[in-house]
Ligand binder design. Structure first.
Ligand code: GLN
Length: 502
């Protein structure tokens, strides 16, 4: 039942984080329906500029909001009851089209929820829509989407990063307080950095991939976008944990991810690998990063600049063998028979399959399938794929050594701030270099978070924190401490004014 005594959204401050909304819902300050209506109004007002969503789902959202209000009345609460969430369009949602940003999946409506979505649904979260991404999560700018590019709310002529650019943009623009993305080589941390929010890639095996459209299965994890560490902790806690449907999920119990929020930075051992300060790092990013390191030092962290990750520079090359190899296998299923788009009227089965794949996939996806199939072919397997797996073992060992003496490693998240739309579209290698500092962490499987680290030329800079496997609490504790010491997060992008309830 809608609360008809208030004009929907009039009193709702959409700058609030999810935990602030949760407290207001419990206090009866406004209803979940009023929050959903205000959120939808803001999101829809921003869409012409942002294109953060492939599909906004107002009917589903309002139905879920009404159900959340029932739960609020009954006192049957979970942390995310009534909270609006954006879902990257690789996450299967029962009854709602799921495209992975690809035309080949147009019209594909899953009959089940993926595990992470099912877990949010159980909590009574409100799904606002399916967010835009690079096709099959291949890209760093969201320009490779089959449904148009997404803009950066800080500057609409620039990219929001990718591949989870839609989720990052809508959270940064104060559309939704939280959203889910996936990170195969940086697709949560890089867009979080470029839009000035928190984005966390969990330890490999921490979060179920069941029902998530697969790109490179040995590298990717679902993870949270939020505007503060507390919301990231709440969202991670909601989705993490063993899933009988995904044999790669770990049995480790899920802790309270705010358990280190009182510790501050005092005594934390922090490694700053020299390899993090790579060639191509913009001066403004370097300065912001050094200020972040200085902040850790001032607050009593023990900073070690002697830590080395010599294989970091070859991790990118290994990734661009392993990820395409897995992609070529994962994407073989799109044959026009089982899912979505099918070319009809061809000359027989093989012709129809060829044309389905030819029309349905975009250029970047075709490039990856070809590289992957080549690297796996007889005669090249040893030279490329096996070599890449050997590099993977080295990278993993180096992270283990570096984190034996340190609680955290610190690097910039990206070498540059958000770049102009179109700037790297014709130069795949330049695009790939964006993930130089995030990809090694997918190769090793460690958890990492990107947190706001100030600004360069008016655009957000991200700082990457890397921890030992299953120590997401350490990442979030440090992230929380940094928030309390800086006012970066209080700054909001100009686009956040659009759709402001009057
Ligand atoms: N940008 C990287 C790529 O294109 C990573 C993408 C991702 O994390 N999904 O593969």
């Amino acid at each position: 039942m809608a609360d008809s005594t208030r004009s929907p959204g009039a009193a709702i401050d959409l700058d609030r984080s999810a935990h602030e909304h949760a407290a207001a819902l419990r206090a009866g300050e406004y209803s979940a329906r009023a929050l959903a209506e205000a959120t939808l109004a803001r999101v829809e007002a921003q869409e012409p500029d942002l294109n953060a969503y492939i599909r906004v789902t107002p009917d589903e959202a309002l139905t879920q909001a009404d159900a959340a209000d029932e739960r609020l009345r009954a006192g049957d609460l979970a942390p995310l009851t009534g909270i609006p969430v954006g879902l990257k369009d690789v996450l299967s949602t029962q009854g709602v089209e799921t495209t992975a940003g690809s035309r080949i999946l147009e019209g594909f409506t899953p009959i089940i929820d993926c595990t992470v979505v099912a877990r949010l649904r159980e909590q009574g979260a409100v799904f606002v829509g399916k967010t835009n991404l690079d096709e099959f999560a291949m890209g760093s700018s969201t320009e490779h989407s089959g449904y148009g590019a997404t803009s950066n709310p800080w500057d609409l002529t620039r990219v929001p990063g990718g591949s989870s650019g839609g989720s990052a943009a809508t959270v940064a623009a104060r559309g939704v307080p939280i959203a889910l993305g996936t990170d195969t080589g940086g697709s949560i941390r890089q867009p979080a950095a470029l839009t000035g929010i928190v984005g966390l890639k969990p330890t490999y095996g921490r979060v179920s991939r069941f029902g998530v459209v697969a790109f490179a299965s040995s590298l990717e994890q679902v993870g949270p976008f939020a505007r503060d560490a507390r919301d990231a902790a709440t969202l991670l806690e909601a989705i993490a944990g063993h899933d009988p449907n995904d044999a790669t999920t770990a049995p480790e119990p899920v802790p309270d991810y705010t358990e280190r929020f009182d510790r501050g930075l005092e005594g934390l051992r922090v490694g700053v690998p020299g390899e993090g300060l790579v060639a191509g790092l913009e001066d403004g990013v370097r300065e912001a990063f050094e200020q972040a390191v200085a902040l850790f030092e001032r607050e009593g962290a023990i900073v070690d600049r002697s830590v080395a990750l010599p294989s970091l520079e070859v991790a990118l090359s290994a990734y661009y063998i392993i990820a395409p190899a897995e992609a070529s296998a994962n994407l073989a299923r799109y044959d026009g028979v089982k899912y979505g788009y099918r070319f009809r009227g061809g000359e027989g089965m093989w012709d129809e399959m060829e044309r389905t794949r030819g029309n349905g996939f975009g250029d970047e996806v075709k490039r990856r399938i070809m590289i992957g199939a080549y690297a796996l072919s007889a005669g090249y397997y040893d030279a490329y794929y096996r070599k890449a797996q050997q590099v993977r073992t080295l990278v993993r060992a180096e992270f283990e050594t570096a984190l034996a003496d340190n609680d955290l490693l610190l690097t910039p998240t990206t070498p540059t701030v958000a770049f102009p739309l179109g700037a790297k579209l014709d130069d795949p290698l330049a695009m790939y270099l964006n993930d130089l500092l995030t990809i090694p962490v997918n190769i090793s499987g460690n958890p990492a978070v990107s947190i706001p680290g100030g600004f360069s030329e008016g655009l957000p800079v991200g700082i990457q924190l890397i921890a030992r496997p299953f120590e997401e609490s350490t990442l979030l504790g440090a992230a929380h401490a940094c928030e309390a010491l800086t006012d970066w997060r209080a700054q909001r992008p100009p686009l956040a004014e659009i759709g402001t309830p009057s």
